[in-house]
Design a protein around this ligand. Structure first.
Ligand code: ZN
Length: 82
């Protein structure tokens, strides 16, 4: 155990935010290159934004599909009217 000269709050360096956070907000992640501390907040934020992206992606693809089928119908109509 290392002895520290002054009593400092337990923090860990967050490789994601490149700053120190209180240790209770941190999570130790084990990667190929070693273990790294990362704050729960950034992990949650990524998880949330991924879910939002997925949801957005689903919405967009549904919209594209609707638009594509609509366009196809329109093209069919134009071609049949000609
Ligand atoms: Zn962080």
């Amino acid at each position: 155990m290392m002895k520290t000269s002054k009593k400092s709050p337990a923090t860990r360096y967050c490789y994601h935010c490149r700053t120190h956070h209180p240790v209770e907000e941190m999570k130790l992640l084990v990667t190929k290159t070693g273990s790294r501390w990362r704050c729960v907040k950034s992990i949650e934020a990524v998880k949330r934004s991924k879910e939002e992206r997925d949801q957005y992606g689903r919405q967009v693809s549904a919209l594209n599909q609707a638009e594509a089928s609509g366009r196809a119908r329109m093209l069919n109509k134009i071609q049949s009217e000609r």
